[in-house]
Design a binder for this molecule. Structure first.
Ligand code: NAG
Ligand code: NAG
Ligand code: NAG
Ligand code: NAG
Ligand code: NAG
Ligand code: NAG
Ligand code: NAG
Ligand code: NAG
Length: 376
């Protein structure tokens, strides 16, 4: 046995070093072209025999020996990745500093909705694209596997919700942040399933009360979406949330926060009074300009980044309380939602990707024409 020790010790050291580096990916140490740093590059991979495109923004000072958090940003429909980048400005060093931002393109501008009849790209195909895309990112960049997040708007928010509901693809992500999500497939009459990889799943969401594209109260037509309360209730149940507080946020928004499975603020929601189908920002951005909307009292970028900072893939949060607290937070109610120990799988309120007629996002008439063609 002692004669084996000299052999075993190096082996042991090797194994533990591999385990210790588990959070890092094969892209660590791999050189990238200096022209790809601090800029947004369009790239592509083949996934399900289809050419899939996406944009990658490496932060200023990117160093392949350091691992970086990754945020995937999903555009609305019809759209492309850089629409979301331009609207949110997530790549700007003010927000995206020290992170890798990735903006994938949907096929035909619309993410899988998961609705019956394959009216968009099949859900499985878009989910497979996520797996392949993450593989590409891990192989080419130094990614912190514990810190991969997803945010998105409208149809992109709906697809993101589908990722969160998928036990395999969702397991790559630490937290989710949809805005104005079109959660198709989960309307009260819908029956899509939601089986997240862990409980609870951290999720912060935003929705405007003046959203006429994806109304807060839901859509009840050929592209149905649930009332937002119903969708939130679905996550509260799946996440075993027991205590919901409701506070006024910055005068006119309402901030809901649920404690789930003993952790504070795992599910958070901002109901933004008067806001339309736009990205919430205190500074005028493109979606607001294009829809005639105005800056809101909520700065989603800040709230999302603070929220993401609390979570990693494996852990269950710091329980450090609300990062999304906020100015002039007036405690108005302390409603307790006793949902009991809900099953992890529920058909109730979840979202899916909603290919949606996102009027107001970028393209007006053309968008409506394309969308109507898609949905006809
Ligand atoms: C995929 O599409 C991109 C962008 O249109 C193009 O540059 C690239 O050559 C295509 N890749 C393949 C393998 O066709
Ligand atoms: C929808 O797409 C899935 C996955 O590609 C396929 O298995 C199924 O047959 C399609 N269904 C219809 C009705 O086209
Ligand atoms: C929903 O129910 C219909 C009819 O019962 C069934 O055909 C369909 O496969 C179900 N869809 C899902 C996503 O479970
Ligand atoms: C939605 O439409 C269905 C079918 O027409 C109807 O039964 C249901 O009451 C409607 N729900 C709402 C909230 O309007
Ligand atoms: C619910 O949260 C409020 C505010 O944080 C707290 O005062 C209260 O004790 C909590 N109730 C339960 C049952 O955890
Ligand atoms: C929201 O919609 C209501 C009802 O249509 C309207 O009176 C109000 O001015 C709108 N608010 C904003 C901020 O656009
Ligand atoms: C609160 O809203 C005002 C606009 O009404 C905005 O200028 C300010 O930045 C907001 N505060 C935060 C923390 O978002
Ligand atoms: C074009 C533009 O001004 N976009 C703004 C939209 O909101 C984000 C987040 O607050 C800002 O960073 C952008 O500058």
């Amino acid at each position: 046995m002692t004669r084996l020790l000299p052999l075993l010790l190096p082996l042991y050291a090797l194994i533990t070093s591999v385990i210790a580096d588990d959070d890092n990916t094969p892209g660590c140490g791999k050189d990238v072209s200096s022209t790809s740093i601090g800029t947004t590059q369009k790239l592509s991979i083949i996934s399900s025999n289809t050419n899939r495109t996406f944009y990658v923004h490496l932060p200023q000072g990117y160093d392949s020996d350091e691992d970086y958090p990754v945020i995937l940003g999903f555009h609305g429909a019809p759209g492309i990745g850089i629409h979301f980048e331009a609207d949110t400005m997530f790549s700007a060093s003010r927000w995206g500093g020290g992170k890798i931002l990735v903006y994938p393109d949907a096929l035909g501008g619309v993410w899988a909705t998961g609705m019956e009849g394959n009216i968009t790209t099949p859900l499985e195909q878009d989910l497979k694209f996520m797996t392949d895309l993450l593989g590409y990112l891990r192989n080419n960049y130094c990614v912190d596997n514990e810190k991969i997040y997803a945010t998105g708007i409208s149809n992109g928010g709906g697809f993101l919700n589908r990722i969160a509901c998928d036990p395999t693809v969702g397991a790559n992500f630490a937290a989710f942040a949809p805005d104005a999500g079109a959660y198709t497939g989960f309307q009260p009459s819908g029956n899509a399933t939601c089986t997240p990889y862990k409980t609870p799943i951290p999720i912060i969401s935003f929705h405007g009360t003046n959203d006429t594209t994806i109304p807060y109260s839901g859509r009840n037509d050929s592209i149905p979406t649930p009332p937002i309360e119903y969708w939130l209730q679905g996550w509260a149940e799946r996440n075993k949330c027991t205590n919901m507080t409701q506070t006024v946020y910055n005068q006119t928004a309402i901030h809901y926060s649920w404690d789930c499975d003993g952790i504070k603020g795992v599910v958070q929601h901002f109901k933004v009074e008067g806001m339309g189908h736009v990205w919430p920002s205190t500074e005028e951005n493109f979606s607001q300009l294009l829809s005639g909307g105005e800056p809101t009292v909520v700065q989603a970028n800040r709230l999302i980044l603070d929220f993401f900072g609390r979570w990693e893939v494996e852990d269950r949060g710091t329980g450090a309380g609300e990062t999304a607290g906020g100015p002039s937070a007036t405690e108005t109610t302390g409603t307790t939602t006793e949902t009991g120990a809900a099953a992890t799988t529920t058909a109730a309120g979840g979202g899916s990707a909603a290919g949606r007629v996102e009027v107001g996002m970028w393209s007006f008439g053309v968008a409506v024409g394309v969308a109507l063609a898609v949905w006809a």
